[in-house]
Design a binder for this molecule. Structure first.
Ligand SMILES: [Zn+2]
Length: 140
């Protein structure tokens, strides 16, 4: 595991407003601390620099692993995962009142499938937090 300086770690957390940059879960409501994710894993040539780092909840980070792309369930095409530094969250996803994170693009579809952030227990908890005002889309 690569060393990430305290200042770089702080920058990533502040930039993300302490929310997972994939599923939008605020760290305050997470069971485990959020983690610094290499968007492109080091084994794919990803550097430990601010443009290749994002904040991810432990669950999203565990499912993402070192993946950078997958097959679109709709077309079968190989598509890159959502890239928090290059993509706008609201272009690729929509947070429904039901707690579902609806993918809007091919990048969104592969990311939703690989990171599995619409598992029923997560959607149920998300809906509960939305109703309490504790969950909102990133960039809002
Ligand atoms: Zn997450």
């Amino acid at each position: 595991m690569t060393y990430i300086s305290e200042s770089l770690r702080r920058l990533v957390i502040q930039r993300a407003k302490s929310r997972c940059e994939y599923c939008c879960l605020h760290e305050f409501y997470a069971f485990f601390a959020h983690e610094i994710d290499h968007i492109y894993a080091e084994k794919h040539g990803g550097d430990t620099i601010e443009t290749n780092l994002c904040l991810a909840c432990a669950d999203c980070n565990r499912h993402k692993g070192s993946d950078i792309c997958s097959r679109d369930p709709l077309t079968g095409d190989v598509v890159t995962l959502f890239h928090p530094r290059r993509h706008e969250w609201q272009t690729h996803f929509r947070l429904a009142e039901t707690g579902l994170i609806e993918p809007l693009t091919a990048n969104g579809r592969v990311t939703e499938r690989v990171l599995q952030f619409n598992r029923i227990e997560l959607v149920t908890e998300r809906a509960r937090l939305i109703a309490k005002g504790g969950y909102k889309e990133n960039d809002t």
